[in-house]
Design a protein. Structure first.
Length: 269
């Protein structure tokens, strides 16, 4: 098999606050190949964002190494674009200007104004947002803002797209539309994606593999499920696909097995 694009090698992450050390990740290893879509799922607070932030270069590892294209990740860089749950668009700029800003930052020195304009429009088209290009973030819906956030990330042409619960704040219908858009994009541009989600159906629908993390502290990768359901996937059809159903079952049973036991209530004497 070809060399992985991204390798996490025996990663440990500890945080220190007021002299207290919390061990969040404990010996996490993972290889991701070019064009793969991985969903990361696990109970709240287990360390999913920490793992994504290690790849983003926002959290340093305590031990181990994260390698992209065989080079150690030592800080943030444009080859790893992040989209967070809550959009981070600049409110005083239009949709077009928000994407144009990222385009100019990366390509401003190499390309002329026409090329920068075309690049901006192309990425807005990818997420079907050209019609709202002159609106400001305050004038568009949450789902549309997330689309613009994705366009801005894609405009950087990252080697890895990191999605931290990108649909978490959206209503079910908008969420479904955006999942479809991300699936289409993945088909079209074969991006390599790591996506955190709490939603089992979303995890399976979008991914080639679903990475399941054990509970923290000292979270590890508990299991990885391969989703072999053929693409393109239609959400209404996959629900009848036996492989899809089996993946879903395995994830649900993993999460149930790792659910925190409820704290027993002490009976009054
Ligand atoms: N910078 C930090 N300093 C100290 N502790 C941190 C820091 N970042 C995260 N933590 C702690 O690390 C643990 C894992 O947090 P993380 O956000 O990675 O979990 P998560 O699985 O993404 O959670 P959720 O699903 O609720 O978003 C938590 O206990 C959190 O409080």
């Amino acid at each position: 098999m070809s060399k992985p694009l991204l390798s996490l090698e025996n990663i440990y992450v500890d945080f220190e606050r007021d002299g207290v050390i919390s061990q969040v990740l404990d010996n996490v290893s993972l290889s991701v190949h070019k064009g793969e879509f991985l969903s990361i799922i696990g109970h709240s607070g287990c360390g999913k964002s920490t793992l994504l932030n290690v790849v983003a270069g926002l959290v340093p590892v305590t031990l181990g190494a994260a390698l992209l294209d065989n080079k150690e990740i030592k800080g943030p860089g444009p080859e790893r674009a992040v989209v967070f749950q809550n959009h981070s668009l600049l409110p005083w700029m239009t949709v077009y200007e928000n994407v144009r800003l990222a385009v100019a930052k990366l390509y401003g020195a190499k390309e002329n104004l026409k090329q920068l304009h075309d690049r901006t429009l192309h990425n807005l088209e990818l997420v079907k947002m050209t019609h709202a290009k002159d609106k400001r973030p305050g004038e568009i819906s949450g789902g549309m803002k997330q689309r613009v956030g994705i366009a801005r990330a894609l405009a950087m042409e990252p080697k890895v797209l990191l999605l931290d619960e990108p649909f978490g704040a959206l209503d079910a219908l908008t969420r479904a539309h955006l999942q479809d858009t991300v699936m289409e994009l993945h088909e079209r541009i074969r991006s390599t994606v790591l996506m955190i989600t709490h939603d089992v159906d979303e995890a399976v629908l979008l991914a080639d593999r679903v990475v399941m993390m054990t509970n923290g502290p000292k979270a590890r990768i508990g299991q990885i499920v391969d989703v072999k359901t053929p693409r393109p996937r239609d959400r209404r059809v996959v629900m009848q696909d036996m492989q899809f159903v089996e993946c879903r079952r395995r994830i649900v049973s993993f999460l149930e097995a790792h659910d925190h036991a409820p704290v027993p209530l002490t009976e009054p004497a």
